[in-house]
Ligand binder design. Sequence first.
Ligand code: FE2
Length: 402
Amino acid sequence: MAEDVLTPDFASYPWTPLERVEFSRHVVVHWADGSALDCHPLWLFENTVAVDPVTREATVDPGDLPPAESLRAAERRADGALVLTWADGRESVAHPGWLRSIAAGEHLPSFVPGPPVVWTAGLGEPPTFDGSHVLDDEAEFEAWLGAMCSFGLARLRRTRADRSLLEELARRIGPVRGSNFGGIFTVEAKLDADSTANTGLNLGQHTDLPTRETPPGFQFLHCVENTVAGGASRMTDGLAVVAELEAHHPAEYGALTTLQWVFANRARDGDHRWIGPIIDHGAPSSPLTLRAFYPVRLAPHMPAEDVERGYSALRVFSRIAHDPRFMIRNRFERGDLVGFDNRRVLHGRDEFDSGGGHRVLMGCYIDRDDVFSRLRVLRRRHEASGSDHPTADHPTRGEQAT
Ligand SMILES: [Fe+2]
């Protein structure tokens, strides 16, 4: 029965009985709704016979796997599980719900968080959740993280506005990704600023730390004080910018995705450097990374005759990133906490008068892997309990928010 079938992970799966099993060289399992999965015998061996019951990891080195022909029989058990008989007489069983999850692609990294919701100025406000009890309410926490992963940004309102809250919240998600700004950093206007972030200057739409091989995934900013006039936060979905460039500015899109620039930070005690294009699509399975922070773009790394079109393309990129059709603008209120995908969403800030009050944001980075991992674990628990999700205060508008 279901309880006797080990799966190669710690998730729980609904029991979705197989309708029939075909076996020739491969095993093909079928469900009553017409879906099917083609399974190689060695893959079945690794995930049934060779699973360590404690760690749920595979235990057999590929060099020690038996020949594929050692699978002698594959049959449907009366309860709908898959039973496998091996040449040495061993039997193993595969959970039909686990097989079904593979057939449905639920094991793929992209299944959670799911497809991105691309947005433009019509979004108006970031998806917003009640932050007053987020530390005690797992469902609210999960809903906020889920929206943050789909939209690339989501806000909590009414959080406790003190300097320790962000670290407490970050710890619930995963390890803080340190940088030359430290672990948890403060964004406020200073006389001896080490970054333009710590001035009252306007900051053009950008992504942080293109100086890194892998720039930080998510960025979190928590407003603990804001009594200045101006300084509104601006956000632009990089996915919408890239789509606009690709559709209407193909020459500039080509330049932005292929011409390389050297990025270097200018800290007195740090010297991080990286080379990449502004729109970095990376390897086939990597997410989009925008390397868009002019304060640390050091030099073109391209043939001299390409530099002119490199700058022209940057000008068009900037124009679209600041275009009111694509950008939203929101003031940080005390207690607001915004999380956003630093490699996808461009952020910026209106200038403010640092003599006219205080604007203090606490900030940190957490890598995308850690955010997605926390979301998967919360979803798993939530699905096992069968409770409802809270919804955003600010309604969302389906797949394409405009
Ligand atoms: Fe920034």
